[in-house]
Ligand binder design. Structure first.
Ligand code: C2E
Ligand code: MG
Ligand code: MG
Length: 242
């Protein structure tokens, strides 16, 4: 229980209201304090513990959403990261269903984020898993789009619902004229494929304005909010009327 689920809200850039969130893990170590995932996930990827961590996060999210349901709260969509290692499991979709159904959470409000690098392996198998997840009513997103090499190709083959533009597009604040063209066209491409677009790592107001103009659906970044503990997230949500 030293691993904690944090939530980072995603905002509609026009209304500036939270419309979703991403679940992110934090290791709250009694000896070392709060440890960020970049320090332990690479190790867990190697020693195989990552699949357990991931299962735990899906379960924690399902538990949280069923609690919200019991409290009579309006369902709120939250995404959770799926490790690459999980995408080699043939029965991944059934497995996730099992974890979520143990708490009776609604599938439609759970989104599974897969990084582009997971798309390196057997594409046919990945597409099969994505289709199954969608058949069960989950949403699937491609995380960190544009950070790897296989992006465009993956978009051709994999029928994901959401495209998450990698932080690298927005690092440093000024995208520059070329950067703006690339982002604008990436959003247009996603729209043509009937996908929603989330921009990650947004820290500045002019980026929010630019993305709103381009029709980007959601913004996740420090400009609006950092990842926060569940209690803090709930307090923040209470400030917004349903
Ligand atoms: P990710 O899924 O792409 O998550 C987004 C990361 O960007 C988060 O870092 C978040 O804190 C950070 N971020 C968001 N907005 C901003 C911003 O405006 N500026 C900056 N500088 N950073 C921003 P975090 O939480 O450290 O997570 C890092 C990565 O670790 C995640 O990248 C994800 O790949 C992985 N990860 C985190 N939690 C889990 C988990 O529960 N399971 C698995 N399998 N992987 C996880
Ligand atoms: Mg993610
Ligand atoms: Mg990302």
């Amino acid at each position: 229980k030293e691993f904690k689920l944090y939530l980072q809200p995603k905002y509609n850039p026009v209304s500036e209201k939270p419309v979703g969130a991403e679940a992110l893990v934090r290791w709250d170590s009694p000896e070392d304090g709060l440890i960020s995932p970049s320090s332990f996930i690479p190790i867990f990827e190697e020693n195989g513990f990552i699949t357990q961590l991931y299962d735990y996060m899906v379960s924690e999210l399902a538990k949280l959403q069923s609690e919200w349901k019991l409290q009579g709260k309006k369902p709120f969509p939250v995404s959770v990261n799926v490790s690459r290692a999980n995408f080699t499991k043939e029965n991944l979709a059934q497995h996730i269903c099992g974890l979520v159904d143990a708490y009776g959470a609604e599938h439609a409000y759970i989104e599974l984020e897969v990084t582009e690098s997971a798309f390196f392996g057997d594409k046919e198998m990945l597409q099969k898993i994505i289709q199954e997840l969608k058949m069960y009513g989950f949403r699937v997103s491609m995380d960190d789009f544009g950070a790897g090499y296989s992006s465009l190709n993956s978009l051709k083959d994999l029928t994901v619902d959401v495209l998450k533009l990698d932080m690298d597009f927005f690092r440093g604040g000024d995208m520059g004229p070329r950067g703006e063209i690339v982002v604008k066209e990436a959003i247009r491409l996603a729209k043509s494929l009937n996908m929603q677009v989330v921009a990650e790592g947004i820290e500045q107001k002019q980026q929010v304005e630019f993305l709103a103009e381009q029709g980007c659906d959601m913004i996740q970044g420090f400009y609006f909010a950092k990842p926060m503990p569940v209690e803090e997230f709930e307090k923040m949500m209470n400030r917004y009327p349903a």
